[in-house]
Write a protein that binds this ligand. Structure first.
Ligand SMILES: NC(=O)c1ccc[n+]([C@@H]2O[C@H](COP(=O)([O-])OP(=O)(O)OC[C@H]3O[C@@H](n4cnc5c(N)ncnc54)[C@H](OP(=O)(O)O)[C@@H]3O)[C@@H](O)[C@H]2O)c1
Length: 253
């Protein structure tokens, strides 16, 4: 996949992508680093994986640091931003990619804790570091964005409801962000082939990916979707602060 971020166009910029040690987040943070941004690879537990990505970015001439933080742990988030303040002095791009809620053994309201409450706390904690001209991107799925008008698979329902609640809570912050000169974009995408989420949903609903693919015409893969997320961080803010990736016609009421 080609990088939508022009080489050197982000020189002097500083970016954090949450949940970026693997998958969509890892490709997004790599695209931003290739564009010249100094980046933070945020991981929850897997430090070794994050350090490997940092090394890969540096090997290509980029600049990156790995910072661990569980976004549902407020003190951990405080430490994350303290580290960024000390290392970078501020942030120009914040990509809110980390997500979850289908993990087993978590509290009943874990999806809401992570996808709504932790996202609002994260953005609130980031505000002192975001100067006018900064960009915030929230990553979500069509299945979550349209959950109030289009059905989803039962295994994904709590995640979808919580991500939509998170999106709504973040959108409610747009007036405050605008006042501070900070731009906000939601990126909504269809199921992404090759992700753990899509694999879990396919396992519970055999044929689901094939059906979505047929209905949508095509599905994006991880690097293609990450390129859209990276583009959302640098291109002009779209109408209604929303960048749709892939077909949405099947979700419209
Ligand atoms: N998968 C899809 O089909 C699809 C479709 C459309 C949109 N999206 C959106 O794209 C984004 C990335 O999706 P994905 O499928 O790559 O997600 P994912 O596999 O579920 O995980 C994304 C990242 O979030 C991190 N994370 C989870 N809980 C965390 C916590 N409490 N604190 C810090 N980090 C945490 C994970 O870290 P660990 O590695 O440590 O678990 C992982 O790196 C999400 O916002 C998702 O809604 C996904």
């Amino acid at each position: 996949m080609s990088n939508p971020v022009q080489p050197g166009s982000l020189t002097g910029k500083r970016a954090l992508v949450t949940g970026s040690s693997r998958g969509i987040g890892a490709d997004t943070v790599s695209y931003l680093a290739e564009g010249g941004a100094r980046v933070v690879v945020n991981y929850r537990n897997k430090e070794a994986r994050a350090l490997k990505l940092v090394a890969a970015i540096e090997a290509k001439g980029g600049s990156a640091i790995a910072v661990g933080a569980d976004l549902t742990d407020e003190s951990s988030v405080t430490e994350l931003f303290d580290t960024i303040a000390a290392e970078f002095g501020g942030l120009d791009i914040l990509v809110m990619n980390a997500s979850g809620g289908m993990e087993s053994g978590m509290a009943e309201d874990y999806a809401m804790q992570l996808n709504r409450d932790a996202q609002v706390k994260l953005l609130t904690a980031a505000l002192p570091l975001l100067a006018p001209g900064a960009r915030v991107v929230f990553v979500t799925s069509h299945q979550a964005h349209f959950i109030h008008t289009a059905e989803t698979m039962p295994e994904y329902l709590q995640v979808a409801l919580s991500k939509r609640a998170g999106e709504d809570a973040l959108r409610a912050m747009v007036p405050e962000l605008t006042q501070k000169g900070i731009e906000f974009v939601v990126v909504s995408g269809d199921m992404i082939e090759g992700t753990i989420t899509a694999t879990l949903l396919e396992r519970a609903n055999p044929g689901a990916i094939g059906q979505r693919k047929e209905a949508a015409g095509r599905l994006y893969n991880v690097s293609e979707f990450a390129a859209e997320v990276a583009a959302a961080a640098v291109e002009p803010v779209p109408e209604d602060n929303t960048r749709y990736v892939g077909d949405v016609s099947g979700f419209l009421a």
